[in-house]
Design a protein around this ligand. Structure first.
Ligand SMILES: NC(=O)c1ccc[n+]([C@@H]2O[C@H](COP(=O)([O-])OP(=O)(O)OC[C@H]3O[C@@H](n4cnc5c(N)ncnc54)[C@H](OP(=O)(O)O)[C@@H]3O)[C@@H](O)[C@H]2O)c1
Length: 304
């Protein structure tokens, strides 16, 4: 009973694959580069090479799989790996390959706020792939997580303040956003993959806090007692997005995301309904930042 994980080298895919393996499940990890999957192989995963832009590799990866977890994306990609090629064409091909192989469950990672008329193409694509699944005959579950703390609290914000001495926010960055830790998504992904109770459902997943990027930067600054919080004026960000778009659509998209007005794309989430169904002590942004700052202090002691 093999579960195929696509995007197994990513934050959510890797953590879910490892949780499934720990639970004794048989996992096939589809990866572009075996070297990035050494820990998965070590933990007992079958590693197969595959690429969402190569339909034949998807057919090979799905063959004999019983369930598929789709946790890949190319938000920042360009050219052959543009979001249109990977997130739309590639995921449509993955669903077709799963159907062809007789896969009996497809769990798709969409995103909170995905909708047909979203101002950002990536979130429209997520919605379109949800629709492909709803119209297909494969039993599915759709997960719609909010912004991952690992990316949006740390990598794109606090990590720069710790490692580079300052972070750059687009505009005032005061919009309240929901952040969720990957470790709080994994149990729901596992449940969707190993039980039947979530078939046909679209599940919105968010964490306990709605905070702005500016709030987050200040939380790092206070704990680390260092770092500048700088703001890129909206006009400059708009010009940069226009200049960079012909060369790198992924970077332009990230700038666009920071430029969408709050009312066009609310990012708050109330987790009460989620917690009623999946009771769990969720990771707070406060706790998550404490962990990252402690790690950073330890790494500095190690370097002395
Ligand atoms: N991060 C967030 O804040 C967030 C929020 C909401 C929803 N989501 C969704 O959650 C899912 C997981 O996100 P994540 O942050 O865990 O992802 P991630 O860490 O950015 O990893 C992306 C994964 O996709 C794989 N990938 C990219 N292009 C591929 C291709 N052409 N063929 C095969 N694999 C490819 C990458 O493989 P390589 O290692 O080879 O690059 C990697 O394993 C995605 O669907 C994402 O849209 C994420």
């Amino acid at each position: 009973m093999t579960i195929l994980v696509v995007g197994a080298t990513g934050l959510l895919g890797r953590a879910t694959a490892l949780a499934l393996l720990k639970d004794g499940k048989r996992v096939r990890a589809m990866v572009r580069d075996r070297a990035r999957a050494a820990d998965l192989a070590q933990a007992g995963a079958e590693i197969v090479e595959g690429d969402l832009t190569d339909p034949a590799s998807l057919e090979r990866a799905c063959k004999g799989a019983f369930r598929v977890f789709a946790a890949a994306h190319s938000l920042l990609g360009r050219g052959r790996y543009s979001s249109a090629q990977v997130d739309h064409v590639g995921h449509s091909a993955l669903i077709a390959a799963a159907l062809g192989a007789g896969v009996e469950r497809f769990v798709y990672t969409s995103a909170l706020g995905a909708r047909e008329d979203h101002p950002i193409d990536f979130f429209r694509t997520k919605f379109e792939i949800e629709e492909v699944l709803r119209e297909s005959s494969v039993p599915f579950t759709i997960l719609r997580p909010s912004a991952f703390m690992e990316c949006h609290v740390h990598r794109f914000n606090g990590q720069m303040l710790l490692d580079k001495g300052g972070t750059f926010l687009i505009g005032p960055a005061t919009k309240p956003r929901n952040f969720v830790a990957v470790r709080d998504i994994v149990p729901i992904a596992v449940e969707a993959l190993v039980t039947d109770i979530l078939v046909g459902r679209t599940i919105e997943i968010g964490g306990p806090d709605n905070l702005s990027n500016h709030d987050v930067a200040l939380m790092y600054q206070v704990r680390a007692r260092q770092g500048k919080v700088r703001h890129l004026p909206l006009g400059v960000a708009r010009t940069l997005a226009t200049l960079v778009r012909p060369f790198h659509e992924g970077v332009a998209r990230v700038l666009d995301i920071g430029l969408v007005s709050d009312d066009q794309w609310p990012e708050e989430f109330d987790p009460r309904e989620l917690l009623a169904e999946f009771p769990r002590k969720q990771t707070t942004v406060d706790q998550f930042i404490d962990e990252r700052v402690r790690e950073w202090r330890r790494s500095r002691v190690g370097k002395r």
